[in-house]
Design a protein around this ligand. Sequence first.
Ligand code: PEP
Length: 258
Amino acid sequence: MTNRTPLMAGNWKMNLDHQEAIATVQKLAWTLKDAKHDYASVEVVVCAPFTDLRSVQTLVDGDKLEVRYAAQDVSQHESGAYTGEISATMLAKLGCAYVVIGHSERREYHAESDALVNAKVRAAFGKGITPILCVGEGLDVRKAGDQVSYTLAQVEAGLADLTKEQVAQIVIAYEPVWAIGTGEVATPEDAQEVCGAIRALLAEQFDEEVAAATRVLYGGSVKSSNVADIMAKPDVDGALVGGASLDPEEFAKIVRFQ
Ligand code: PEP
């Protein structure tokens, strides 16, 4: 038994304008209300584009929704001459509880290194925002059988210089790159292998208490049809859901994972 509250986070990526975002969150909240969803037993987060955050904030505050929201990236810098960047202070002001950091699409298309990812993690914590740190191997690494060592190296680098308290609070999302947006879902055993190894690393590098507290999610083609088997694994504490989170009824089913 653990006391980790499962977390289901929907990553909209570069989809949904601010009006569509409002409609999506409303539909999600209504669907979960009909299902009598208890947000204290499974936390629900939407990871929205920057341009949607203010609208989502207004809706959530106005309707007193229990859905929480996140940005999909943050600058490592505090403020200043960084055209196009968004700071953790700005996100905190918009009420973001979480921020996705180091998603494989950012690592790949924006050449984000482990050092940059770590700087962003520290910037988020500095303003009271919980990072959702994404890690995971590509197909070549998986084929070579090196998924555990590769992913653990990313975790170690991402957590550099954090306090024990921060590591207990952070959310780590294991997302094998070959399973993202491909329809190719890792088996529950694949997910458990790496999520379990991440928890063992936390126990070794910090302590058992930290390892028991940190939430480790799985991400990669999660749908309502496969989520229950993945959630049955002892070291999987939730899911980071891309494509399927754009459909609020489907995402509500994933949140319920029954
Ligand atoms: C993601 O974007 O983090 C993701 C897991 O995408 P998908 O669910 O579409 O594979």
